[in-house]
Each structure stands twice: as C-alpha cells, then as structure tokens.
Write a protein that binds this ligand. Structure first.
Ligand code: UGA
Length: 319
C-alpha cells in the first residue's frame, strides 16, 4: 500500500486485531495499544494478536488511554481509534463509569496527544448505536442521532469530540459508524458468537424479544476495507455509515447458523433488554460515493466463516 506508521488502539480486540493484520500485510508499520480490560477473557484477546506478533513491524503498548501518560505513544502517520468499552445492553447502571472512562475520556486524551501532529487521518470507530430508534430507514449520516443506550451516548460523545478537534485544530478526522460487525473473532458477548457457542455446546440460544428485531449486520472484512480507504480517501471531517447492505432478523440469522453448524437450535426467549433498538439499516451511499466501496460479503458466507471459527473454539473443547 503506502508504508507509513499506524497507531491502532484496541489492537487486541475483534476489529482492531483484523485491522492490524491487514495493515501489516500492506507494508504498514503498526503500533498497537490495548489495556486488556476485563470485559471479556484476556486470553481471547491475546490469541487475536498471535499473527500480528509474528511480524517485526508490529509492537504492542499495554496502556490505558484514559489514565496513563500518552507521551509514550509514538508519532505516527495515521491513528485508527478502535479501543472502546463495548456492549449496548451492559451500559446501564454502575457500569456507566467505565463507558465514560474508555469511550469519552480516553478519546479526549488521545485527541490531545495528537493535536497539532502531522496526521494523515484520525479514524474514529463510531457506531450505529448513535442513531437509536432512527428517524428513518435506511438511515443516512445526517439523520438526528438519538441513542437509546448509555453506550450509544458515549460513542456519540467521542465522535463529537473527534470532530471538535477537527474543526478547531484541523485534525483530519473520519468517523465510521459500524453496523453490528460480525465474523471470526467476534466478541463473546455479541449475538452470533453466543449463538454459535450454544449450538456447538448443545445449549439453548437466548433470543431477546420475539427475535424479529433486525440489523444491517456487517462482515468484518467489509469494516476493515472501509478503515483502510478512510485513511487515504475520506472527505474532510467526514462521517460514514458502514453497513453490510442487507437487513436480517435475529431469527433468520439463527436459521442460517443452524445450517452452517449442522445443528438444530433450541430457543430460549427472554424479554428485550432496554437499549436494544428494534431495527438498524444503513444508507451506505456516502461510503460508496467517497470511498468507492460497497460492502460485499453476504450474510450466509459471513456466518459460515464465523461458525467455522467458533467450531475451533468450542466444538471439541467441551467448555
Ligand atoms: C453491536 C455491538 O455490540 C456494539 O458494540 C456496536 O456498537 C453495535 O453493534 C452497533 O452496530 O452500533 P448489537 O446490535 O446489540 O450491538 O449486536 P449483537 O450483540 O450482535 O446483537 C444483535 C441482536 O441480537 C440484538 O437485537 C440483540 O437483541 C439480539 N441478541 C443478542 C439476542 O437475541 N440474543 C443474544 O444472546 C444476544
């Protein structure tokens, strides 16, 4: 690609680790940052980094962006800020403090660290959860953001901070609003990972509500491609929806996973938790117009890849 030196925050996470590998494959030097929060098993995150750590062009800094001295961060060509406290449904109550710390304070401190630096781009990982129950579907980037979860509020705050540094100090910011990303290494709290695990272990699948809620599920490789293109091709101070190009109900996705795993699902319906929007659907025309990209992986193919990956994690382990 273009060489250069990228900082990837959240490098041990689902999206961050895939992005790190892609950049390394393109000849980019990568400094990864991660603080290995306890939100899910650190062992899984260490495993995500195994391939990257075989590259001499990769180095890892273990630090908390919300607390530690960021003078340790190197001067780089581009920043991909993927680190966050994730999880829509877990963000209520006492947990909110960690969302503020990792999503708002950490973002502000990272922006301060690179304020005035000669960055080619600061890419902020935003979220479809900023829309909440959206004004209209498909939802374009200029729809009024009205999150329905505290998590969404913190991701929106981080996005606003990034654009504030863009407007005030000329930082070249792009925000990518991901729509429920899935595929190999998906976080263990997310629906498809949980469903696959339950299928492989012969346990019931917990379905929230009536299972008719739908998402514009986005395959991981599509989300990565959007990041790479945002580096070189994004418009100034641009926000992009990154959706998968389809609308799939939870029960439909389960039917696809049953076929992919060759296992019949037992369903355990539970009340829909607060903060879970009934529907997301991206209008991705800006992504196509500016970055020349249309997300390409259909749900059947993407779910097969995730089923295969989770088989390696659970099918023989008996966990
Ligand atoms: C996901 C991510 O977790 C967020 O970090 C991200 O910001 C967000 O997408 C986004 O795109 O904005 P979510 O859509 O809740 O949030 O993703 P999943 O955990 O994969 O849930 C998808 C759907 O499955 C939800 O409607 C949920 O109610 C349902 N679900 C989830 C179940 O029915 N059962 C489960 O065990 C888990």
């Amino acid at each position: 690609m273009k060489g250069g030196h990228a900082l990837v925050t959240g490098a041990a996470g689902f999206i961050g680790s895939h992005l790190t590998e892609r950049l390394l494959a393109e000849g980019v030097r990568v400094t990864g940052v991660d603080c290995f929060t306890e939100y899910y098993e650190a062992a899984l995150k260490r495993r995500n980094l195994e391939a990257a750590q075989r590259s001499a062009a990769f180095s890892l800094l273990e630090l908390d962006l919300g607390r530690d001295d960021l003078a340790r961060l190197p001067d780089v060509t581009v920043v991909f800020h993927q680190a966050a406290q994730p999880g829509v449904r877990a963000s209520w109550g006492r947990e909110f403090g960690s969302y503020v710390h990792h999503n708002v304070l950490a973002t502000q401190r990272l922006l301060e660290r690179y304020r005035g630096a000669a960055l080619e781009r600061f890419v902020y990982a935003s979220s479809s959860s900023v829309y909440g129950e959206a004004e209209r579907y498909p939802t374009s980037e200029d729809a009024m953001p009205r999150p329905v979860s505290p998590y969404g509020v913190t991701k929106l705050a981080g996005e606003h901070l990034a654009f504030l540094y863009g407007r005030s100090f000329g930082m070249p910011v792009a925000a990518l609003r991901y729509f429920t990303v899935y595929g190999p290494r998906q976080r263990p709290d997310m629906a498809f990972h949980r469903f696959c695990r339950a299928l492989w272990l012969g346990e019931p699948l917990v379905v929230y509500g009536d299972g008719r809620q739908s998402r514009d599920f986005t395959y991981i490789d599509d989300a990565i491609e959007a990041n790479v293109r945002a580096w070189s091709r994004a418009g100034p101070q641009a926000v992009y929806n990154v959706g998968g190009g389809s609308q799939v109900e939870v029960l439909e996705a389960i039917a696809v996973l049953e076929r992919a795993c060759g296992v019949k699902a037992k369903l355990d319906f539970k009340p829909l938790p607060p903060g879970d929007p009934p529907r997301t659907r991206a209008d991705a025309s800006r992504l196509e117009a500016d970055l020349g990209y249309v997300p390409a992986v259909p749900i059947e193919r993407g779910l097969e890849a995730e089923a295969e990956w989770t088989r390696g994690l659970y099918a023989r382990s008996g966990r």
